[in-house]
Write a protein that binds this ligand. Structure first.
Ligand code: ZN
Length: 313
């Protein structure tokens, strides 16, 4: 059994409109689902991805309006790494971000470009060496050859990364890679695709979950292996939640030994087109059937969001 790299990454924003302006408007991702946090339906849950809403390209945000800024620390993901196709793409993004007063800096020693979103969540673009299917969205200002192509991986802070080795290598079947710089680096690779997971030395200041921080990373499981993964993780001494039906996919959550919140989410549907046509993804507020009856209470309390993609259309 192998996990197919990253399914999605979920973070926290204090401002849904600023968030959509950045991820859809500047980075050119597609807002593929506008829904609410199923565990707290009074707040938005926004999903950005490629054109089809594919796992492997999906970054999502819970909006807690006015939430205090967080700070990534020990046991937390602090960087999201995306694939792009070429050095010319790095040049394009360097220029596009700088023009919008987003500080973008080259990463020494490798072909990378680092920047942060308006709330401080760090991203890095790297030139992909992978033959995995490119997962790109369309944006009128982003030439297709420069678009984001899906996740390359995530980086987390860990004060004692060895604590996680047995789980990552022995249970989750991540492969330890040689890493000339930085911390220990693993690859999760299944039949459809793969992604990297890296630890870095934790800063002295403790982690604070808040705006601009990552809440969890979800790894992708073929649907027919999902329950087996839950049992495998439990047998390894983790304390997984029951399988939770998230309507668009099914989920199991557990905290890995270094403290990072992991989810295992299903591939292969139903996916985001289950409740709206692919060409209209993310335009309306989607509510899963088990909370649809609350729409009259939920929708008036959400601040409307203007999607730059719909404005441009
Ligand atoms: Zn999740």
């Amino acid at each position: 059994m192998r996990l197919d790299g990253i399914h999605h990454v979920t973070a926290i924003t204090a401002d849904a409109q600023r968030n959509v302006d950045f991820y859809a408007g500047v980075l050119g991702l597609r807002l593929v689902k506008k829904t609410v946090n199923q565990d707290n339906p009074s707040v938005y849950h926004l999903f950005y991805a490629d054109e089809k809403g594919d796992p492997g390209s999906d970054i999502t945000f819970f909006e807690y309006p006015g939430a205090a800024p967080g700070r990534a620390g020990d046991g937390m993901i602090h960087r999201v790494v995306w694939r792009v196709g070429s050095a010319a793409a790095l040049d394009f993004w360097s220029e596009r971000l700088t023009e919008r007063d987003v500080e973008a800096r080259r990463v020494e020693g490798r072909d990378g470009l680092r920047f942060s979103d308006p709330e401080g969540l760090e991203h890095e673009l790297v030139i992909t060496a992978s033959s995995d299917e490119p997962l790109a969205a369309e944006h009128p200002e982003v030439p297709a050859e420069f678009a984001f192509l899906g996740f390359d991986g995530v980086g987390a802070y860990a004060s004692e990364p060895d604590r996680s080795r047995e789980l990552l290598e022995g249970t989750l079947e991540f492969a330890l890679l040689d890493q000339p710089q930085g911390g220990p680096l693993w690859e999760s690779r299944g039949e459809s695709r793969g992604a990297l997971y890296e630890y870095h030395d934790a800063p002295a200041e403790p982690a604070v979950q808040g705006a601009g921080t990552v809440h969890h990373v979800a790894w992708a499981s073929p649907a027919d292996q999902h329950e087996a993964w839950r049992e495998t993780v439990a047998a390894a001494g983790m304390r997984p939640t029951p399988v939770i039906d998230r309507f668009y996919f099914r989920s199991v959550y557990f905290r890995e030994p270094s403290g990072v919140l992991f989810e295992i989410a299903t591939l292969g549907g139903p996916g985001f087109a289950i409740d709206e046509p692919v060409d209209q993804l993310g335009q309306k507020l989607s509510l899963p059937p088990f909370i649809e009856h609350l729409r009259d209470q939920i929708e008036p309390n959400l601040r409307p969001i203007v999607n730059p993609r719909q404005v441009a259309a």
